[in-house]
Design a protein around this ligand. Structure first.
Ligand SMILES: Nc1ncnc2c1ncn2[C@@H]1O[C@H](COP(=O)(O)OP(=O)(O)OP(=O)(O)O)[C@@H](O)[C@H]1O
Ligand SMILES: [Mg+2]
Length: 421
């Protein structure tokens, strides 16, 4: 039997909550799992119960429904919100939608309207495919157990200057996404000197080399046997264990693999090395977003500027490049405003400098966004970056050709492509 749609009702009036509950009590596939009378209670309820759908009043005493919706969208991104209000003017609607609400019911409403709205938002929720037998990592198999198509989003972390924090950003955003229950895989495509295994305190028993095979030979079982599960729930594909083995993974194979992973995972986060070669460039072609990691110092900004010029030569859309500033201090280096002027790109996230914490996390193999360090400013900014990824790249997965990974990898070579322009 399929699972019931789990609903929570948020309204300061107990009568309204009871009315809604009564309207739904005979629905076979809907279950009211909780009620809250204030915005604060609603956030706690969303975090604890993770309902599929929240019916949210707007006018409440402590925190209005729009702010509560915004906070719930951040805290429980899988929960779909339907706003219930006597006001139905355009401004209200717009604000509610911006806060993450997916539908709107004007009070008073009948049972049919209510049930139709619940089904509508539930059917449009982001879905992912149930993992095959021996789920990847086990913990994150789809709740419904149903097979639904996935078109996962590919996010590449890249820094044109080594040692800028590229792996730190890739690892921690990937874990934060997994922690928010997105089915996520981290791929260490820094093929020669990948650091992911060490930074996650995992043994590189298997690696990308084990999947460097023809497209026809790739299947779910093989991938699940090569992918390793991290304690956070993140799945990881390690870099080859020895630098000379990097050549065993061809550009075609890695692009085919990424393409395949988009049918299994919601987010594919890829760590790269700081050199640009055909493989890195083909991965970037395939990506939905490139996190360009730079530090607020001249050598790093000079390289970031050169990289931005390169992406313009390659006709990448501006919005595909997400500039992330790492190692930001109040006192040292260029200000964010100055950097925006120099690079003519806005900074989408700043990550503070905290050498003690960041290097201790890497050395112990304990990622910043987990455990005792997860509330530190540096961890908070990495969690915010993950939420930003989910907000901007998430939403309805419709197989839109624009968002799909190129299944025909470019084989003309980077220089060929640049000079052929
Ligand atoms: N926000 C930060 N504050 C302080 N130190 C940081 C920060 N981010 C990264 N570091 C430090 O910078 C160094 C490089 O980090 P990391 O390995 O993540 O960078 P990378 O760009 O992947 O490097 P590589 O080019 O070797 O792959 C590490 O010692 C790390 O501890
Ligand atoms: Mg690295």
């Amino acid at each position: 039997m399929s699972e019931k749609i789990r609903i929570a009702v948020v309204d300061d009036l107990i009568e309204t909550r009871e009315n809604v509950r009564k309207l739904l009590q005979f629905e076979q596939d809907i279950e009211v799992v909780g009620q809250a009378g204030t915005g604060i209670e609603a956030i706690a309820l969303a975090q604890e119960q993770k309902p599929d759908v929240i019916l949210m009043d707007i006018n409440m005493p402590d925190m209005d429904g729009i702010e509560a919706s915004q906070r719930i969208t951040d805290a429980a991104p899988r929960t779909q919100i339907i706003i219930m209000s006597v006001q139905s003017d355009a401004d209200y609607l717009r604000r509610a939608m911006l806060a993450g609400a997916k539908d709107f019911l004007t009070k008073p409403f009948g049972g049919d309207q209510l049930v139709a709205a619940i089904h509508r938002v539930y059917d449009r929720r982001p879905t992912y495919r149930a993992a095959p037998a021996q789920a990847y990592g086990g913990q994150r198999a789809a709740a419904s157990g149903e097979e639904t198509a996935v078109h996962g989003k590919v996010v590449v972390a890249f820094s044109p200057k080594g040692g800028s924090g590229c792996s730190t950003v890739a690892i921690n955003t990937a874990i934060a996404l997994a922690d928010d229950d997105y089915k996520t895989i981290l791929v260490d495509a820094s093929l020669q000197f990948g650091d992911v295994a060490v930074m996650l305190n995992m043994k590189p028993l298997t690696s990308l080399v084990d999947l460097s095979i023809d497209e026809d030979d790739l299947d779910d079982d093989l991938i699940s046997s090569v992918v390793q599960a991290h304690v956070s729930g993140l799945d990881v594909l390690m870099a080859p264990p020895r630098p000379e083995m990097a050549d065993e993974v061809t550009t075609e194979q890695i692009i085919t693999l990424i393409n395949y992973l988009t049918t299994i995972y919601e987010y594919i986060i890829i760590d790269t090395s700081s050199s640009i070669d055909d493989t890195t460039l083909s991965i970037m072609d395939a990506a939905n977003a490139i996190l360009l990691i730079a530090q607020p110092n001249l050598p790093s900004l000079k390289n970031a500027s050169r990289f931005i010029n390169l992406t313009e030569s390659l006709n990448y859309e501006e919005r595909k490049i997400w500039l992330v500033l790492n190692g930001v201090t109040d006192s040292k280096g260029f200000s964010v405003k100055k950097i925006t002027n120099i690079l003519k790109r806005s900074v989408i996230m700043t990550i503070p400098d905290d050498r003690t914490l960041v290097s201790a996390a890497a050395n112990r193999g304990k990622p910043l966004v987990m455990g005792a360090t997860q509330k530190q400013p540096v961890s908070r900014s990495l969690q915010k970056l993950a939420k930003r990824i989910a907000q901007q790249l998430g939403g309805k997965q419709d197989g839109d050709a624009k968002n799909k990974v190129d299944d025909k990898p470019k084989t003309t070579g980077m220089l060929g492509r640049l000079f052929s322009r």
